[in-house]
Design a protein around this ligand. Structure first.
Ligand SMILES: CCCCCCCC/C=C\CCCCCCCC(=O)N[C@@H](COP(=O)(O)O)[C@H](O)/C=C/CCCCCCCCCCCCC
Length: 216
């Protein structure tokens, strides 16, 4: 099947649009749009080179687990993150203290992406307030150390740290975002960040209320 060139091209606007449609008026998070947001981000990462493919593979694997739940026979319970958490906890489909029968529960899988969303929030905030001579590798490492790193084993932290040094500079990074001048990038980042932060906070509160922020 032929793939149109524009399907392969990342635009930051696309990610903005998916995160915009993530939240319902009652602040429920639509899993389908959440997953679409991650797909867009992975597309961006794939434009940066093969050194990131071990990260991209893990993200794709987790996205696929969630898509399988959405498309499965119990898909109606996976429409929002709220309904997914209620369904899986009520039906005892989640390993709560140690890994066991449910390594692919929606709750633990989404938690991994949720933690990565915090990294993204911190990284984008640094990019938004960066100057021409700011270093993307440093911004990325700082954001990682303040968030995801706390949940990763030493070997993963080492591999991630090495990959960060292969990140392109700020100008190339902005080019790949495909929204126009640096001023336009800053404006789109300013629009995107509050949406990502809100989705993060709603999910964080839901997981905290259900005491599932440390799923194995
Ligand atoms: C808007 C455009 C600008 C920013 C674009 C950023 C694009 C980022 C796209 C994807 C981010 C990757 C998300 C990675 C999810 C990692 C989930 C995770 O923590 N997995 C670990 C635990 O899983 P389980 O074993 O418990 O199942 C797993 O061990 C991880 C393995 C791979 C390494 C993960 C390193 C994460 C680094 C995140 C920073 C990405 C830097 C990309 C540079 C742009």
């Amino acid at each position: 099947m032929a793939v149109a060139l524009e399907d392969l091209k990342f635009t930051l606007q696309e990610v903005l649009d998916t995160f915009k449609s993530c939240l319902s008026e009652h602040k429920e998070v639509f899993l389908e749009h959440y997953v679409a947001g991650w797909r867009g981000l992975v597309k961006f990462m794939n434009c940066l080179g093969s050194v990131f493919s071990f990260i991209s593979k893990d993200a794709v694997n987790k996205i696929q687990i969630l898509v399988n739940h959405l498309n499965g026979e119990n898909g109606a319970h996976y429409v929002t993150i709220q309904s997914m958490v209620k369904y899986e906890l009520d039906s005892q489909l989640v390993d709560l203290t140690k890994r066991g029968s449910f390594p692919e529960s929606g709750c633990r899988t989404l938690l991994r992406l949720h933690r990565a969303l915090r990294w993204l929030e911190l990284f984008l905030e640094r990019l938004r307030t960066s100057t021409e001579d700011s270093n993307t590798s440093v911004m990325c490492s700082e954001a990682y150390n303040e968030s995801l790193a706390q949940h990763h084993a030493w070997i993963i932290r080492k591999a991630a740290g090495t990959a960060f040094w292969a990140l392109p500079g700020r100008a190339t990074f902005f080019d790949v975002m495909n929204v126009g001048s640096p001023e336009q990038v800053m404006a789109v980042l300013g629009d995107t960040l509050p949406l990502i932060s809100e989705v993060y906070q709603v999910t964080e509160d839901l997981y905290a209320q259900n005491n599932i922020l440390e799923l194995p």
